[in-house]
Design a protein around this ligand. Structure first.
Ligand SMILES: [Mn+2]
Length: 323
């Protein structure tokens, strides 16, 4: 791993054009990692990478430093051959969707990730399945390079850590998590400000939309399975954007008897996006059965079926784990 980390430094030094790619429908980790790396490359390597956000750009992260410089897919030249492409927090290459080509076309492809299901699709792979978030791997990388982390990059890394550990509550929360958090606070991050900016700035209709979806969730197998459906109609009714569903699957998991929770969301015609959470069961097996991936207690997939059919297939599969 240390060899790849020094190799990455060398590659950044010699590359004129760099693109940093976040996974589709980005979360706090992939965006925080992207922007932290961007800040470090700008400050210490004197070059400005293209930081690309695929899919919707979640407004809740607009407090992140450099957020305004994130590029949308339509802002970049998809035919361009970058010297270096770096994917951050991207569990599988297909999570780059219409940017997969940009990644493949790059002269050198780097893959920095913490998903246990990552299949090392890069030329250089810096993968640590034990890291709490991709941001934690970057933090290690910057330390290895002996780079001072400026406050704005520290804030991005803190968001990676805070969001992927569910606010320092999930099983990936370890001694290392708190050491990293403490060091970031020493670098000037304010935990209360980051928390409020990330979790307490929802638009009112988002709170109401989420309550509506939770209220209509189904609890099956004596309450061991919780499943919520989000249709396009629901989205329209509340004028919801894609990021409005974030956090719902965690909310329905909070019911005492729930072992596995699922959120199914109608995306494009005939496709259903699934987010899975669990307290005790390994979800990677379920996600992989539907060509998805993720972590033990947090995984996801997309089922190429209309939402009601996808719902039945998924519940049947989940029930096999519950019995
Ligand atoms: Mn992550």
């Amino acid at each position: 791993m240390n060899k790849s980390i020094s190799e990455l430094k060398h590659l950044i030094e010699k590359s004129d054009s760099i693109v940093i790619l976040s996974h589709v429908n980005p979360d706090g980790d992939t965006l925080g990692s992207n922007l932290a790396l961007r800040i470090i490359i700008q400050k210490y390597f004197n070059k400005t990478p293209d930081s690309v956000c695929i899919g919707y750009l979640p407004e809740i992260y607009r407090y992140l430093p450099e957020y305004e410089n994130l590029k949308r897919v339509e802002d970049i030249d998809l035919e361009k051959q970058y010297d270096l492409a770096i994917a951050v927090d991207v569990a599988a290459k297909d999570r780059l969707v219409n940017c997969t080509k940009v990644y493949d076309n790059a002269k050198v492809k780097v893959n920095i990730d913490h998903h246990v299901t990552n299949n090392s699709y890069g030329d250089i792979n810096i993968i640590d399945g034990k890291a709490a978030c991709a941001g934690a791997i970057l933090y290690k990388i910057f330390k290895n390079w002996k780079t001072d982390i400026p406050q704005n990059a520290a804030r991005c890394l803190y968001t990676s850590l805070m969001t992927d550990t569910g606010g320092f509550r999930y099983e990936n929360t370890t001694v290392d998590t708190f050491i990293m958090a403490a060091e970031l606070v020493k670098l000037g991050v304010s935990p209360v400000e980051e928390y409020r900016a990330c979790y307490e700035t929802k638009p009112q209709n988002m709170v109401q939309f989420q309550a509506y979806i939770v209220n209509n969730a189904l609890f099956l197998n004596n309450g061991k399975i919780a499943a919520a459906k989000v249709t396009k109609k629901d989205m329209e009714k509340f004028n919801a954007t894609d990021d409005y569903t974030e956090g719902i699957v965690e909310v329905i998991r909070t019911s005492r008897d729930v072992e596995i929770s699922a959120l199914l969301k109608e995306t494009k015609e005939g496709y259903t996006k699934v987010s899975l959470r669990s307290k005790t069961k390994d979800l990677t097996k379920i996600a992989l059965d539907f060509n998805g991936g993720g972590h033990r207690f947090a995984a996801g997939c997309t089922i190429k079926k209309p939402i009601d059919i996808a719902f039945e297939k998924l519940i049947k599969r989940i029930q096999l784990e519950i019995e």
